[in-house]
Ligand binder design. Sequence first.
Ligand SMILES: Cc1ncc(COP(=O)(O)O)c(C=O)c1O
Length: 490
Amino acid sequence: MSERLRIPAVPRDHDELLATMEGYRTNDARWREGRCFSLVYFAGEAHERLLQRAHEKFFMENALNPMAFQSLKRMEAEVVQMTASMLHGPPGAVGTMTSGGTESLLMAVKAYRERARAKWPWIRTPEIVAPATIHVAVDKAAHYFGMRLRHARVNADGTVDVAAMRRLINRNTVMLAASAPQYPHGVLDPIGEIGALAEEKGLPLHVDACIGGFMLPWVERLGYPIAPFDFRVPGVTSISADLHKYGLAAKGASTVIYRDMSYLRHQFFAATDWPGGIYISPSALGTRPGGTIAAAWAAMMGLGEEGYLHHTRLAMEATTRMIAGVRAIEGLAVVGTPAGSIFAYRSVDRAVDLYAVADLMAARGWHIDRQQKPPTIHCTVTSQHLDHADAYVADLRACVAHVRSHPELRASGNAAMYGMMAKVPVRAFIKQSVLKVMETMYGPAGSNNDPMQSQNDGPVMAFVNRHADTVMGVLDRLESLRDRVSGGDR
Ligand SMILES: Cc1ncc(COP(=O)(O)O)c(C=O)c1O
């Protein structure tokens, strides 16, 4: 084992440090070249500079104590107000900023659990009902807060079966959740119908618009047909919308907005007996970075409606072009009807293994987001991608043709591994394997290697690689059998 790194005994030269960090970037996703989807939302260099300047101005400050930094409290309040207006919140709408989509979802789930404790104290394990496509941060929240998440089945076009949601509601249900749109395929859940169900059952409904909150309003304003998904839907009691996605702010910023204080108050935490003093906290974090709040405020003010509409127009143009390109490639199909600038495609031809296509696209420098159930490739498209949409489609066309003429690719490398991981019916086995990967990543050596590659080199993959065709054939058959039995839900 190599020697463990220590803090250098003496300060190192600042320029040298910056050069070292630059060197660390070598294998990073090439997002500046428009080759990365969903991790970075770039609105041009002038906007990037504004975010940096705003961030820098407040980057030492701490929003933990809003009295000490009233500037940050004011900016947070203004960000929340602007977001609530954009989402058609009623006059009493309130909310907080958080560090990201996951924290916003954690906070909404926590608020509804606390509310349920006050309203329905007899419930022992509170339950959430949501589509199978709801973001995993809701699973995480249920896991953290001792709740149970019941997943409703989703149709092949990515829409949730609302009747299935209805059937899953029982006397332990404390909230419903749905997405606008869901991340995997960019399809908008029928919020109107789910809102009506929530009202009928007397349950709160959280709309996860983490990814769509700062996109769908502008898509709608541009004249695309978008079904109501925000506070205009009567049953919607809260919405999460991320600033660090289509809000085009710096990383570490999201919002969670409630219809009124009767919900938000369950999000707060107060400890009154701590020797350190009376401690109150609006969300999960203790120390809250000032820079992200300032950059979010600057992003909204600096872009204005005009800026958001401009970027959304370009993103929709890129999406339309990419979707048309994918549809024109024989053997591929776009999943359902994407609501905005997010979509996914799958293979509809056995001769085209999508994970093998993904490997080839990755080899051409695209950062590919592989999904499962069924295998799909995800694209979160932004204005930046307009200049790269045609190149993407051309590469995709070439990769599909190559895979078609090289069927052996499905049984090698990452394609075999992802294929197997998506299909193995004993999910506990997969969970155990990926947790093992994390132990490698976060072990004492802090591996820098591709963690999935280490999975690839493990004994299970050695077996799969040796018997790949047989293994994949058996898994294919098992999968189609399971689909026939279950009707294809998760
Ligand atoms: C719909 C949706 N919800 C929640 C999240 C989680 O957001 P974050 O990664 O900022 O925690 C995402 C992230 O992509 C998302 O798309």
